[in-house]
Design a protein around this ligand. Structure first.
Ligand SMILES: [Mg+2]
Length: 202
C-alpha cells in the first residue's frame, strides 16, 4: 500500500497537477497523518469532477447561526460536530453558555435528533468535562478525520443507520471536516473558525 504524508490540500492539488507520485510515511514527531494514495485520488476526483465537491452544503459565520430551520431545510436530524475552533477555542475545556444553550435548541429539532462531537484530539479529561457539561458524547480515537473510520464511529454511536443524507457534519476545516464527510455522502455545514471571530473583533 502506498501512503502519502501530505496533509495539505494545496500540496495534493499541486502534486497531482505536476503528475508527481505522492509518497511519504507517517511522521511520529510531527504527528503528520497518512492517507492512502487511493483515498487521495478519490478526494481529488470529488474536488475536480464533482460539482463544487469540496464546498460545504452551507457556510455560516458561526455555530450560533445554524438555526433549526436551516437543519430542517437540509433534512438532517443527526449532528456530528467538530470541537476545536467550531464550538470552543483550540484545546479549550469550556463550552460557553451561548453555545451550550444553542446545542440544546438544535437537539430539539425532532424527537429522533441525536448529536455527538467528533474530534481529532483525544483527551479523556476534556471529553469527560464536555460530556458532563453538555450531556453530549465526544468521539475520538485511533482514527482521525477525514478517515472514514472516524466518521463511522460517530455514525454508529448516533445509530443513524444507512441513510447518510440525514446526517450533517458541522466543522471549521475543509480538509478534515468537509471533504471527509462529503466523501461518505454526509451533508456539511462549514463555520468560520472561532479564532477568526476573535482576531477580527479586536
Ligand atoms: Mg476544528
Amino acid at each position: 500500500m502506498e501512503i502519502v504524508s501530505k496533509n495539505s490540500l494545496h500540496e495534493i492539488q499541486k502534486n497531482f497537477k505536476s503528475n508527481k507520485t505522492l509518497k511519504g510515511k507517517y511522521h511520529k514527531k510531527s504527528q503528520m497523518f497518512v492517507y492512502t494514495k487511493r483515498w487521495i485520488e478519490t478526494v481529488y476526483r470529488i474536488i475536480k469532477g464533482g460539482k463544487n465537491g469540496h464546498n460545504p452544503d452551507k457556510f455560516v459565520s458561526s455555530f450560533l447561526d445554524i438555526s433549526p430551520t436551516l437543519l430542517n431545510e437540509l433534512g438532517v436530524i443527526f449532528l456530528i460536530i467538530d470541537l476545536d475552533q467550531t464550538i470552543v477555542p483550540h484545546g479549550s475545556f469550556d463550552i460557553d453558555k451561548k453555545h451550550r444553550n444553542h446545542l440544546k435548541v438544535l437537539g430539539k429539532i425532532s424527537e429522533k435528533t441525536n448529536i455527538c462531537f467528533l474530534t481529532n484530539r483525544p483527551d479523556h479529561k476534556r471529553e469527560y468535562i464536555i460530556d458532563r457539561d453538555t450531556g453530549i458524547k465526544v468521539i475520538s480515537g485511533t482514527f482521525r478525520k477525514p478517515q472514514k473510520q472516524a466518521y463511522q464511529a460517530a455514525i454508529n454511536y448516533l445509530k443513524a443507520g444507512e441513510d447518510y443524507s440525514k446526517i450533517v457534519m458541522i466543522g471549521d476545516r475543509v480538509w478534515t471536516d468537509i471533504i471527509g464527510a462529503r466523501c461518505l455522502g454526509i451533508k456539511t455545514i462549514q463555520v468560520k473558525a472561532i479564532l477568526w471571530h476573535y482576531l477580527f473583533s479586536l
